[in-house]
Write a protein that binds this ligand. Structure first.
Ligand code: CP
Length: 332
């Protein structure tokens, strides 16, 4: 219910037993569900006229975005501000990184200013792990590192699916496109495996990790299968997720032509008709409309793309609260 004043919400949110959020590969089903339960409560705060609670008053959050971002950067900033934390944004350009300061020295400098949390997006896979290993008193959240992981995107994807489907155990999720270079797909695969969903990967074989093609299950969860033919992969799917085509890859010969890609792997009305009735269509954004997804699907009734963005704010509020608050839980 939307109201003009901040009504106490009877939601008790427990703190998380981890200091950092780096990927989902070590999250249990119970831990994922705890984050999603907290995020559901946070969505109620998001629906209020006065979207502010004092939960993180006095905490200092720094965002370091060394790569472009709209959704992740803005939603973390919004989430921190709604929880009354002080949020300071740092970009590569305009910081001393431009003068050659290393990432470690930048982070140690911010730690010396008594920051409580650093949120980092970096083109370098592993950068958040490096910071987590080298900082004593600061939490680290990975906002996307190279081609490696994007755990907060995966959590918002799981939240979106759970709010529509309920228990995701046994559900079928088809992920389409450049899985090889997609940090979103990788984190989604681990999160979906933890909650018992079955993942089918579809796309050009040049864009599917070799370990998956060779069936080497020690490198990926056993619940993942591959079906390059999208018309077959999409049969009876509960969720259809298109990934962004990274056009720069076409130039280096890893993709067929855009025309061929569109013909074989675009999510279209005809293809969606093969999925379960009421199947959800998702996309992490930003989209190339007319390439990996048709405009009628992107803006049609099955699309959850804007809901993913809303849930992204709620999930990030939950993670900020859970990593930064004490152990007692809070009434919002
Ligand atoms: N999905 C995602 O990470 O989007 P941004 O690059 O806009 O943050």
């Amino acid at each position: 219910m939307t109201t003009g004043m901040a009504v106490p919400l009877k939601a008790k949110i427990s703190a998380m037993p981890r200091r950092h959020v780096l990927d989902l590969d070590d999250f249990s089903k119970a831990e994922i569900e705890s984050v999603l339960d907290s995020a559901d409560a946070m969505r109620e705060v998001l629906g209020r006229d006065i979207k502010k609670v004092p939960a993180l008053r006095g905490k200092v959050i720094l965002t370091i975005f060394l790569e472009a971002s709209t959704r992740t950067r803005v939603s973390f900033e919004q989430a921190g501000k709604m929880l009354s934390a002080d949020v300071i944004n740092i970009a590569g350009s305009g910081s001393s990184a431009e003068k050659g300061e290393s990432l470690l020295n930048t982070a140690l400098t911010l730690q010396a200013m008594h920051a409580d949390l650093i949120i980092i997006r970096s083109p370098q896979s592993g950068a958040p792990y490096f910071l987590a290993r080298n900082l004593d008193s600061v939490s680290v959240i990975n906002a996307g590192d190279g081609t490696h992981a994007h755990p907060t995107q995966a959590l918002l994807d799981l939240m979106t699916m759970r709010r529509h489907i309920g228990d995701l155990a046994g559900s079928k999720v088809v992920i389409i496109g450049d899985v090889l270079h997609s940090r979103v797909a990788r984190s989604d695969i681990y999160g979906l495996a933890a909650v018992g969903a079955n993942v089918v990967i579809s796309g050009p074989t040049t864009m599917i990790p070799l370990e998956m093609l060779r069936g080497r299950s020690e490198h990926f969860p056993a619940s993942v299968t591959i079906q390059p033919d999208l018309d077959k992969a999409i049969e009876d799917a509960d969720v259809v997720m298109a990934l962004r085509v990274q056009k720069e890859r076409a130039a280096i010969g890893m993709l067929p032509s855009m025309r061929e890609y569109t013909r074989r792997w675009q999510v279209t009305d005809a293809r969606l008709a093969r999925a379960k009735t009421g199947a959800l269509v998702m996309h992490p954004g930003p989209m190339n409309e007319g390439i990996e997804i048709s405009s009628s699907i992107a803006h049609g009734p099955a699309a959850q793309i804007e809901e993913q963005v809303t849930n992204g704010v709620a999930v990030r509020m939950a993670l900020l609260y859970q990593t930064l608050a004490g152990t007692g839980g809070v009434e919002l």
